[in-house]
Design a protein around this ligand. Structure first.
Ligand SMILES: CC(C)(COP(=O)(O)OP(=O)(O)OC[C@H]1O[C@@H](n2cnc3c(N)ncnc32)[C@H](O)[C@@H]1OP(=O)(O)O)[C@@H](O)C(=O)NCCC(=O)NCCS
Length: 171
């Protein structure tokens, strides 16, 4: 457990942070993961394996758009971003803070750093997605200026066997 008063440094991602970022993701991201909900519903590849690949690919593709939070010499949070230059929009792809350090303003600081990065690129818009179950996100993002656009429903079905709750086949 980290001391409450330790200073938080937000700095640019370095390739040596990758394994810490993957560890944080696997430890903290499950409640925010649609893949974890699909896995709970119908099995399949463990969500953490899928997410690890996505995060590693993002870090390789957009290293300049990632920032990490460091305290006591440890990476305790990170944000990744992607850019759509045609839309003049930056998207916050992932935001994670270690549960031991949540509620201390680190998520807010990481988002502010991502927004500063978007502004420095002269982008006109910023976007972030969250699940309806994520109460922190629905408080934190509007408090920074994000406005709700639309809600989306994710459906999934198994293609390998009986599907619980599926309508009976017509004869
Ligand atoms: C989302 C996450 C990054 C936030 O990190 P954090 O460092 O705890 O965030 P902050 O401390 O900067 O801000 C949290 C805010 O939510 C508020 N909050 C905490 N619990 C809350 C709840 N149950 N309902 C509403 N608001 C809540 C805090 O009071 C704080 O708001 P304030 O600054 O106005 O007081 C972190 O919770 C996390 O990693 N969650 C798991 C992964 C995840 O959900 N990522 C986001 C996917 S969209």
């Amino acid at each position: 457990m980290l001391a409450k008063k330790e200073e938080i440094l937000i700095r640019a991602f370095e390739p040596g942070d990758t394994d810490d970022i993957v560890r944080l993701t696997v430890a903290e991201f499950e409640p925010a993961s649609i893949d974890a909900k699909i896995e709970a519903m119908m099995g399949g590849t463990p969500w953490a394996r899928v997410k690890e690949k996505v995060v590693r690919d993002e870090l390789a593709a957009y290293p300049a758009g990632c920032f990490v939070a460091v305290t006591g010499g440890a990476v305790v949070g990170y944000v990744t971003t992607t850019l759509n230059l045609l839309a003049s929009r930056g998207t916050v792809a992932n935001l994670v803070v270690s549960s031991a350090c949540q509620g201390r303003g680190i998520g807010r600081k990481l988002l502010q750093r991502a927004l500063q990065y978007f502004r420095a690129l002269n982008l006109q818009q910023a976007k972030i997605e969250t699940l309806a179950t994520n109460e922190v996100g629905q408080h934190l993002y509007p408090s920074l200026g994000f406005r709700e656009v639309v809600r989306q429903i994710h459906y999934a079905m198994s293609l390998t066997g009986e599907v619980e709750g599926a309508a009976p086949k017509r004869k």
